[in-house]
Design a protein around this ligand. Structure first.
Ligand SMILES: C[S@@+](CC[C@H](N)C(=O)[O-])C[C@H]1O[C@@H](n2cnc3c(N)ncnc32)[C@H](O)[C@@H]1O
Length: 228
């Protein structure tokens, strides 16, 4: 498996999306200098892209190990809030699937980690996402990126929908509830991190917990939902 290499701009995004990539000194600086300075300057210039690449690759490889049994070649995949897309690159390398991405194209001025009632927080750049996918060997015909804020979400059915630390971790499932009811088949699989797994028992006949996080910003569980 080809290893993921992030340049400074992409590494910057990855650090904003995955706070665990931040070293303890950077975290201290965040407390000292505030969220604005951290988001715009520190998390971009006080990082080593090569170290971030190594750690990000390891993080995404571990994520793939955890969910790969739910994927297969030719499964149509949708990723909601992929970040820079490292996991999706590894999925494409292994299964060669087509992957649709729904993401946002802005970086909040002062990133707040945690629950975001109004879904105002985002930390991505869709041009950088596209460049990163192509640079890492994902062919143009194997992916499509949709900007959540442009109201043109894909309408075809998906086999597997992945949303790691995004839907129902930072913002309410309700935001996507109607949309997902249109693009999921009864046998489709939805994988996400949530702070309230029991809520999904009302929507899906089968909900399986595959990971428990106690060290993240808020305690959460990764669930796999089927039988919509
Ligand atoms: C904490 S990051 C997780 C990124 C990636 N899934 C990972 O595990 O590294 C959350 C991502 O959700 C994106 N996001 C925020 N609101 C969104 C929305 N309404 N639809 C899709 N993505 C959204 C953010 O831009 C950000 O990239």
């Amino acid at each position: 498996m080809q290893s993921l290499k992030l340049n400074r701009e992409t590494a910057h995004l990855a650090v904003l999306q995955r706070i665990e990539l931040c070293n303890p000194i950077l975290k201290k600086f965040r407390k000292l200098f505030g969220r604005y300075f951290f988001t715009a300057i520190l998390s971009k210039y006080l990082i080593s892209p090569s170290k971030i690449s190594k750690n990000y690759h390891k993080l995404m490889t571990d994520e793939l190990y955890l969910i790969e049994k739910y994927l297969k070649t030719n499964a149509k995949v949708l990723s909601i809030g992929s970040g820079v897309g490292g996991l999706e690159i590894l999925i494409n390398q292994k299964f060669n699937n087509h992957i649709s991405f729904i993401e946002r194209n802005f970086i909040s001025k002062k990133i707040k980690y945690g629950w975001d009632n109004k879904n105002q927080e985002a930390y991505n750049n869709l041009d950088l996402l596209e460049q990163f996918l192509i640079k890492n060997g994902v062919k143009k015909e194997k992916f499509k990126i949709y900007d959540y804020d442009k109201n043109n979400l894909p309408q075809s059915k998906f086999d597997v929908i992945i949303s790691l630390y995004s839907l129902d971790y930072h913002y309410e499932y309700n935001l996507y509830k109607d949309y997902l009811s249109k693009v999921m088949k009864p046998e489709s699989i939805l994988i996400l991190d949530t702070i309230r797994p029991e809520y999904f028992n009302e929507i899906f006949k089968k909900v399986e917990v595959i990971k428990k996080d106690f060290d993240t910003v808020h305690k959460s569980k990764r669930i796999v939902c089927t039988n919509f």
